[in-house]
Design a protein around this ligand. Structure first.
Ligand code: ADP
Length: 293
């Protein structure tokens, strides 16, 4: 059982963007969802934990490893799947993993062959092992990405925006693979897609403008909002008026008309009906917290 302890991380880029503002989180084994809109600071946090960039202050420990001060030790127990896993064009899946395993220090040839075959089996690409990765679909490339992240039995796996560009079938297969791997290690799944977190994670945090605005289980977040979400379909021309009069947390087009979700402790009347909150309501409530009631 491992524990990742992140305390008071701060990061301001040279252009003045305050990307991490006092980020504090504790993350144990299993799948942890880090949810936030684009620009929230997720990648800044992931890159800091993956030792690809430095924080200005604060600390991060993976068990007894000081991530900020001892990046070499972290890298030995870290698997990182970046937003875009740059695959090498004209080599086979087997050759690619063999090469990456060599880079990661698996120098014994026989041991490496066994490891690569095991990984190919694990991500269900064994039958494709002699094909060029260049011709792989997005989902297959992501599975190769997971396979390389698993080399050397990591304690911590960081997956940054993994399902962008995957079709629904590929996304399901990728989710199942993550869930299976996630039982043994800490996996942080950074994403702006609410569904990814809903389906996979027992614990999560929501980030906005560099800050953690929620931490806890998806289930608790839903309970918090129970009875407070109301829905109404309106005319497009009415949108601004509604936004002035209610605490609108989302509006989306359904069959050509805006469907509002508003937050209200009491029955707002006026044709609104109460609905069960979804994780998307949690997301928008947390990131729009500054909207006046
Ligand atoms: P996310 O992954 O949630 O989309 P990022 O961590 O990529 O968020 O970005 C957080 C904020 O920091 C954004 O405003 C982004 O424009 C800014 N940012 C990210 N990287 C840099 C950088 N290298 N230099 C300056 N600003 C950056």
């Amino acid at each position: 059982m491992s524990l990742l302890k992140i305390s008071n991380l701060q990061k301001t880029y040279p252009n003045g963007t305050h990307a991490l503002n006092d980020v504090t989180l504790e993350i144990g084994n299993g799948m942890f969802g880090l949810l936030g809109p684009n620009g929230a600071g997720k990648s800044s946090l992931m890159r800091t934990l993956a030792t690809l960039q430095e924080a200005d202050s604060g600390s991060a420990f993976l068990d007894d490893i000081n991530i900020l001060e001892d990046p070499k030790s972290v890298r030995k127990v870290l698997g990182y799947l970046p937003q875009e896993f740059g695959v090498y064009p004209r080599i086979t899946a087997f050759q690619l993993l063999d090469h990456l395993a060599t880079l990661k220090g698996v120098t014994n040839g026989r041991e490496r062959k066994e490891l690569v075959e095991y990984l190919l089996e694990k991500v269900n690409l064994f039958n494709e092992r002699n094909k060029n990765v260049k011709g792989f679909s997005g989902g297959m490339k992501q599975r190769i990405g997971i396979a390389q992240a698993l080399i050397k039995s990591p304690k911590l796996i960081i997956v940054d925006e993994p399902t962008a560009g995957l079709d629904p079938g590929e996304r399901n297969r990728f989710h199942n693979l993550l869930a299976e791997v996630g039982e043994e290690v800490i996996i942080i799944l950074s994403t702006h897609i609410v569904e990814d977190v809903k389906e996979l994670c027992t614990d999560m945090a929501i980030m906005n403008l560099g800050e953690i605005v929620y931490k806890g289980s998806p289930a608790n977040a839903l309970t918090e909002l129970h009875g407070k979400i109301w829905r109404k379909t309106i005319q497009r021309s009415e949108k601004e008026t509604y936004k002035q009069n209610y605490r609108v947390i989302s509006d989306k087009m359904v069959a050509g008309l805006p469907q509002l979700h508003i937050l209200s402790d009491t029955d707002p009347g006026n044709g609104f009906i109460q609905v069960e909150p979804g994780l998307e309501d949690v997301f928008f409530t947390k990131i729009n917290a500054a909207v006046p009631a």
